[in-house]
Design a protein around this ligand. Sequence first.
Ligand code: MOS
Length: 759
Amino acid sequence: MTIVENELETPLRPSEAPARPAPDDATRFVGRPIPRLDGALKVRGQARFAAEVPFERLAYGALVHSSIARGRIAEIDTAAAEAAPGVLLVMTYRNAPRLKPPLLMMADPKGASASNLPVMQDDRIHWNGEPVAAVLAETQEQADHAATLVRVRYEAEAAATGFEEAKAKAHPPENILGEPSSIAVGDAEAALSQAPFKVDQVFRTPRHNHCAIELHAVTVAWEGGHLLVHDATQMVHLARGTLAAVFDIPEDHVRVLSPFVGGGFGNKAVWNHHVIAAAAARLLDRPVRMVLTREGVFRATGGRTVTEQRVALGARADGTLAALIHTGFTAVTAHNSCPEQFTIPARHLYAAETMHIAQQVTELDMVANTFMRAPGESVGTFALESAIDELAVAMALDPIELRRRIEPARDPTSGKRFSARHLLQAYERGAQRFGWNPDRPAPGSRRDGEWLIGQGVATATYPYFRMPGGAASIRLGIDGRAVVKMGAHEMGMGTATAQTQHAAQLLALPMDRVRFDYGDSDLPTGTIAGGSSQSASIIATVRAAFEALVSQLLVLADDTTLAGLRPEDVEARDGGLGVCGDPSRHVSYVTILRRAGRDALECRADSPAPAEMEKFSMHSYGAQFCEVRVSAVTGETRVSRWVGSFDTGRILNPKTAASQFRGGIVMGLGLALSEETLFDERSGRIMNPSLADYHVPVHLDVPPIEVIWNDIPDPHSPLGLHGIGEIGITGVGAAVANAVYNATGKRVRELPVTLDKLL
Ligand code: MOS
């Protein structure tokens, strides 16, 4: 894979100098491509992941998964498994401790589970793949072997496993991530029927599964009535709250540690294996390790659900939209709260005189679907941005020019002002970098031997979120070091590095004097690593803690230099506080602490309410450009070139940010070309639960990916940031499908774009 390292060619534009230097301008770590602080640990194998934590007398677990989708366990024979070498316990609903159901994510303030079904509490079966037994043994191999000896006889009942049939029972979900499930502006159907140019198509996207390199894993231990959980999670505090509820113990009797996560894209949350491992550990009175197999990840943890989407666009001759319709269905379970919000982009992206946006869900008997990188937006932009391209073709307009004509002045459905929206600039910069040809050659006209060549473009977009409910503290020590503490998460995206940069800059300390402590539920409450919200959420909270710290330092400062000054009179400078506008008046933190007779000072603050989200329409944006080569002989599609041009506010660390964008684009190539969870509608069984049969992109599938960004800070977000974790995958499916159309003249409206659809 060739990676074009261009991040240094797009340096941060210097932020406008405020009248009084803001703390972030005191030093210059933010915006620098600092290598990951945890990188060396990882390449040396010293970063300890959840499945690697050593314990004395550790027992290893393996799961047995149901092979029916609905019904009950009529008989379960565990005798052979129990007699197998090394086996310590076979746990089923018959001997599992009585437990409360897990708390539901998004529905309960402490919810970390995509399902609130009870775990191993009765003989009922709810999905094909549900854990029905857990074998605990002295070694992993013994547990795996004994699990094959468990015999289960089921009484199957009629299950809802067919999407087409279930659609008849579809209904609107309560809401779509806080937005109404249906929005109507004017009479869109009437406007569509009268429009001189129209596109009205149905798009389909399949299920997708999470394929993080790190398998889901927990190592758990009870110490008295206290539960210690070494986890791979995006939410240490919600995991703590959910497990405390399940075991009916106080929250402070549970500690969840997760210093490193080997990839998390929305489903490193709480699933059955957490509950089963902790329950088995209690029965055994031994620590337990439960690592899902790759098949187990597919069977026992959910991913992105199936969608069927209608997009209809009606345009006037001048290219403005008279009607924008985006409706459709997804399959969910009766016990979750993830509707796969594919209509979010259409609500906020383009100006249209009339709109009809509506989503419906229908319940199937399957593993609970859940969040997966840009849930909704990744597949919603496939449909919407494919339809925009179809309209551009119908109107013989450059698709970028069409987007210029439908660029809205305000948010089309909320009517709010955009806090920062420079999408067209991202298009212009991307088009220039890519070498976009606005007069696209006709399909089939560019050819290199058997390869038909095409170019495609699509909008990327993802909402801005900042989460309330967190807290952070900053501890300054007499040794001149600072520790910033928040139960946040590092899943490989660079959180620890970027947050150390920010904190060092805020405190005006060298980076090696600052440590960011995270990944531990004993720390002040972290918000989730989800919704691309973590960076802004942490930064706003750490800045609040910094303000508290400055106030306290001024109280402590028994010194003529700072006496009587208010927080707004001082700034962090050279490892201490300095008087604004007077370089000669400065006292180091260490001096303040020493004179006050203190070893340390620690100040804590809660996350400020995300008021900016109420006031403004806030989103990350981007323009995805690609070139594809499609074999006229086999129909095989190869993506040969990629430029992602993003508009995501200020970039904290160009190196880790570029990696986030690229990672998202690579995952988008999987969505576009190969990824598809095959769900047997007769049995509700996933047919390809392995990386051999579920095809994620490999090196040969990934072209040179160039990423650039506008780097225009949002004046209304903390430090000018927008989220960048998820936007990379959005727009990729459409950009590829649009390029495939340009190459071949074939419009594929059903993902993935496999060769059979092109022959
Ligand atoms: Mo993301 S799907 O919110 O981890």
